[in-house]
Design a protein around this ligand. Structure first.
Ligand code: NCD
Length: 364
């Protein structure tokens, strides 16, 4: 009976071309994308996320955090929220990654998207045949038909270059770490960790320690802290050879309450609300500087006895991976936030993909 009615409908509409007609009747051609009303279109919606500099106000960050709170709650209550069913996400990683790649993949899958992960791009992709990043982005868009690309690359401007090409397909790019200057999703998850564990994102004294020359996480986080509170106090502690680049220090100094540069970390430890440790970025040292690396790599190590110097409600963060710069004996101390910090990555990346593809709304 039903079969008969459907044929009648098709005949009436002049559709009687076999499979196409069946597919149409089955609803296969209905647009799978969720409609996003103007009021749900926040500053992240439909746009690539390349740099912390795109963020205009603390409001935008707080909205994202509101969404991250929902993601945290869904995950922690073992709930299910899969608004990205029918969407696809592609991960292209040209540099090594464990947690960033895994958390983007987990985040997209938890939201219901299908995910294609290509790590080892520098080793196993057509890059080894000489393909440019631009052409690889064409390939990623054409071959998958996916809706979003997550990119990690060693060049500072890689995400911008990629975003220009991907825009032709209406596909936003998320920068998952580019060169030694930007790691904007790490900054968001770091700030979210600070909010959850310290309880605020203003009136903070933040000490950043280690490789401030090549480390990208501290640069993105410093800029984000400045957006949240132009009075934030920053301390940059590093061996002299790994001091933050002068142009960066000059720029950030004009946006925050104070910047202090030092080559030791003990003095500021008792005053800091957040102590942000980093790894010496061996892979970013120019060729021929192995001797310098060996000299600086173990200069700044956080050990158990340093915990005693920290403020009671302060936290010790690290974007990870750790090599040798935080003693394993510190891991169990409640000041240590670096393992919990990784969980923030899941929630922030779920929230960010949601804001970009579906906006600031709950999709019922
Ligand atoms: C950081 C990075 O890639 O910049 N890692 C990360 O994404 N959590 C820090 C590092 O590699 O030292």
């Amino acid at each position: 009976m039903q079969h008969h009615e459907r044929r009648t409908y098709q005949e009436e509409n002049g559709i009687n071309t076999g499979l196409l007609a069946q597919a149409m009747a089955a609803g296969l051609f209905a647009d799978r994308r969720v409609s996003v009303p103007p009021e749900a279109q926040t500053s992240f919606f439909g746009r690539s996320f390349i740099s912390v500099d795109q963020i205009q106000s603390s409001n935008e960050v707080n909205q994202l955090f509101e969404m991250a709170d929902v993601m945290a709650k869904v995950t922690e209550s073992n709930g299910v929220y899969r608004p990205l069913v029918g969407y696809g996400v592609t991960e292209l990683f040209y540099e090594a990654s464990t947690r960033t790649s895994l958390s983007f993949e987990a985040a997209a899958k938890r939201l219901g998207a299908k995910v294609h992960v290509r790590d080892g791009m520098g080793m196993f992709s057509s890059v080894t045949k000489g393909e440019s990043l631009q052409d690889t982005i064409h390939a990623a868009c054409q071959t998958t038909g996916n809706d979003l690309i997550v990119l990690r690359h060693k060049e500072d401007r890689s995400s911008e270059v990629a975003a220009k090409i991907a825009a032709r397909y209406g596909v936003p790019i998320i920068n998952a770490g580019s060169g030694s200057l930007e790691h904007p999703t790490q900054a968001l998850l770091d700030l979210y960790t600070i909010k959850r564990l310290v309880g605020r994102t203003e009136r903070l004294k933040v000490m950043m320690v280690g490789d401030l020359l090549y480390g990208r996480t501290i640069k993105s986080l410093a800029k984000l802290l400045a957006i949240m509170d132009p009075q934030v106090e920053l301390v940059f502690a590093s061996p002299q050879e790994l001091a933050a680049p002068a142009d960066f220090v000059e720029d950030i100094s004009s946006r925050v309450g104070s910047v202090e540069e030092t080559d030791e970390f003990l003095s500021a430890l008792p005053e800091a609300d957040v102590v942000y440790w980093t790894r010496v970025q061996k892979e970013r040292f120019p060729l021929g500087q192995e001797e310098l690396y060996d000299r600086v790599k173990d200069q700044f190590i956080f050990r158990r006895e340093h915990i005693e110097l920290m403020k009671e409600h302060s936290i010790l963060m690290h974007p990870l991976p750790r090599v040798n710069e935080i003693d394993y004996a510190v891991d169990k101390d409640p000041h240590g936030a670096y393992f919990r910090q990784m969980r923030s990555g899941l929630y922030i990346r779920m929230a960010l993909m949601h804001e970009i593809l579906l906006g600031h709304q709950i999709v019922a």
